[in-house]
Design a protein around this ligand. Structure first.
Ligand SMILES: Nc1ncnc2c1ncn2[C@@H]1O[C@H](COP(=O)(O)OP(=O)(O)OP(=O)(O)O)[C@@H](O)[C@H]1O
Ligand SMILES: [Mg+2]
Length: 530
């Protein structure tokens, strides 16, 4: 009833423009020439007037629209909108303008309208009318959405990068840390609110050096640091080698510095592989050298062996012909002794070139150690040496040439004894390295140690630091050859002033490899005893 009355009064208020007072006519012209569809509403939401653009857009006549409620025209609904949706109640109480963004179905899709409500106040400051302008903001909205999409995509790219990415503002405060960076630097739960600064990510002075490089023209364009090796510091205080490239981020027409960003890659794995490669190359060069030395040694050994036998034979013959009192007897003893020593060297050389036949046996590692010790432990040199055996109780079966391996163990033990100069502590320790599938023997002494620059040389044939006539220098080169031939290895585990530990490894024998093994009386005993 009330609406009806209002409708009639508003219809009657719409008069031909030329009949209106000049002031009102001017205002209506302004209203009509607005380029946005615009309505004038009563505080009740009833439409009082619509401008030309509105009438055209909604294909409706002024006569029809005046007196309708806004929800009837916009939502084709007889019911007024809920207070949470309709801004009119707010405009009436606050007497200020409001806007709302509306998604409106159009054709198969949607358009976005920005509806701006501006109150027209009367002399008492109360809302008499409300102007509602409708602006199509679909294009802006679509661009906004696309931009958000691009932003989210870039954020996802940054987050999923395998390289660590970090950005900091001009004060060094960390603004961004992707997942890889959180892992690398150990700040798993970092968030923007944390007080983390760039300097915390490096050892002291390193951040400053990076900033200097970034601004150094000689190192490339200013504001860019090409890939460089740096040291970073994790949250646990561990210093880690990393490869880093960095850039300053500029903004605006005046190219103002706003942030710095760094991309990091952990170098630990690469350095480890490079080190291994270098070691392998050294070993390869060493084994090549040993192979050629071996050929040479084999030739020399063969050539020398026959004349030596002759010298030994004739000098022994001469000695037999004279009495022990004869002044020549002692001289001949020296000749025989030295010839025997030469024959030992020849024997070693032949062993070094692997000219002897190998005898493969399945044996417990501890047994091998015990057998080797029995061969030498009665020697005088052991008198003042404290021997400790720490042999693993687990089963450690190896399939090796036992004579050869015993030779290796004897050489390691004799070297240790020599290094201790007759007094000290000798430890033989065996254990099983499950992860590597190896049986391990460590021979540790409390001797003088090996200087660092000799660590690789000691494996060279004929390298010895022992007095002339004491060592041939073939022991370790022989030993390493034997170990490789038995698919094992020999390394210096550590050496220093307090002594040296040599470590030999042999592959554990897999019983399932030879199902007949338990049927063999000798070897079956091995498995039952352990
Ligand atoms: N346990 C050790 N402590 C200190 N130095 C060692 C030890 N073992 C070996 N060396 C060093 O390595 C060198 C080479 O050893 P290697 O066994 O090859 O020859 P050698 O013992 O001198 O002679 P040979 O074994 O032929 O009698 C030794 O001369 C010594 O300088
Ligand atoms: Mg030796």
């Amino acid at each position: 009833m009330e609406d009806k009355k209002q409708k009639n009064s508003s219809i009657s208020s719409v008069k031909p423009l030329d009949m209106l007072p000049e002031e009102l006519g001017w205002r209506l012209r302004v209203f009509d020439s607005l380029s946005f569809p615009t309505l004038i509403l009563k505080p009740s939401g009833m439409i009082v007037a619509a401008n030309k653009v509105f009438l055209e857009k909604y294909s409706v006549s002024q006569g029809k629209i005046v007196g309708m409620a806004c929800h009837e025209i916009f939502y084709n609904s007889p019911d007024s909108c809920s207070p949470s949706h309709c801004p009119l109640p707010k405009i009436l109480t606050e007497c200020t303008g409001h806007s709302m963004l509306e998604r409106v179905a159009k054709g198969d899709g949607y358009i976005y309208e920005d509806r701006v409500f501006s109150p027209i106040l009367n002399d008492e400051g109360k809302v008499d009318y409300i102007i509602e302008s409708i602006r199509d903001v679909t294009r802006t909205k679509v661009l906004e959405k696309e931009l958000t999409g691009i932003k989210e995509f870039v954020a996802r790219v940054v987050q999923s990068s395998a390289s660590a990415i970090i950005a900091a503002d001009t004060n060094g405060k960390i603004l961004l840390m992707n997942r890889a960076a959180k892992d690398l630097f150990g700040y798993k739960y970092w968030s923007l609110s944390d007080d983390l600064v760039a300097a915390d990510l490096y050892p002291p002075g390193e951040a400053r050096k990076i900033m200097e490089k970034l601004r150094n023209e000689k190192r490339g364009p200013i504001g860019k640091m090409p890939s460089s090796n740096v040291t970073i510091r994790t949250s646990q205080g561990e210093d880690v080698p990393a490869e880093m490239s960095a850039a300053i981020i500029y903004e605006g027409k005046d190219n103002k510095e706003v942030a710095t960003m760094g991309i990091y890659n952990d170098l630990r794995e690469r350095l480890r592989v490079e080190k291994e490669l270098k070691e392998t190359q050294i070993k390869l060069a060493q084994s090549e050298k040993m192979a050629s030395m071996g050929q040479l040694a084999a030739g020399v050994a063969h050539e020398i062996n026959n004349p030596l036998t002759g010298i030994l034979f004739y000098s022994s013959l001469l000695q037999e012909k004279i009495t022990t009192e004869d002044p020549m007897f002692e001289d001949l003893s020296y000749i025989i002794e030295d010839v025997n020593r030469c024959r030992d060297i020849v024997k070693s050389l032949l062993a070094y070139t692997r000219q002897s036949n190998s005898v493969q046996r399945i044996i417990h590692m501890n047994e091998l150690v015990e057998q080797s010790l029995t061969l030498i432990r009665d020697q005088k040199v052991f008198a003042d040496i404290e021997l400790e055996k720490n042999l693993a109780e687990t089963m450690m079966i190896v399939n090796v040439d036992t004579n050869q391996i015993a030779q290796v163990i004897i050489n390691l033990v004799m070297n240790a004894v020599d290094a201790m100069d007759g007094t000290g502590h000798l430890l033989l320790k065996t254990y099983k390295d499950m992860a590597a599938g190896q049986a391990v023997l460590e021979v540790s002494d409390t001797g003088h140690g090996i200087p660092e620059d000799l660590l690789l040389k000691i494996f060279d044939p004929f390298f010895t630091t022992k007095k002339q006539g004491k060592g041939t220098g073939l022991g370790l080169s022989n030993a390493i050859g034997i170990m490789h031939e038995n698919e094992g290895d020999l390394v210096v585990k550590n050496s220093g002033r307090n002594g040296t530990t040599f470590k030999i490894t042999l592959p554990l024998f897999d019983v399932t490899e030879d199902p007949n093994i338990l049927g063999n009386a000798d070897t079956a005993e091995l498995f039952t005893n352990t």
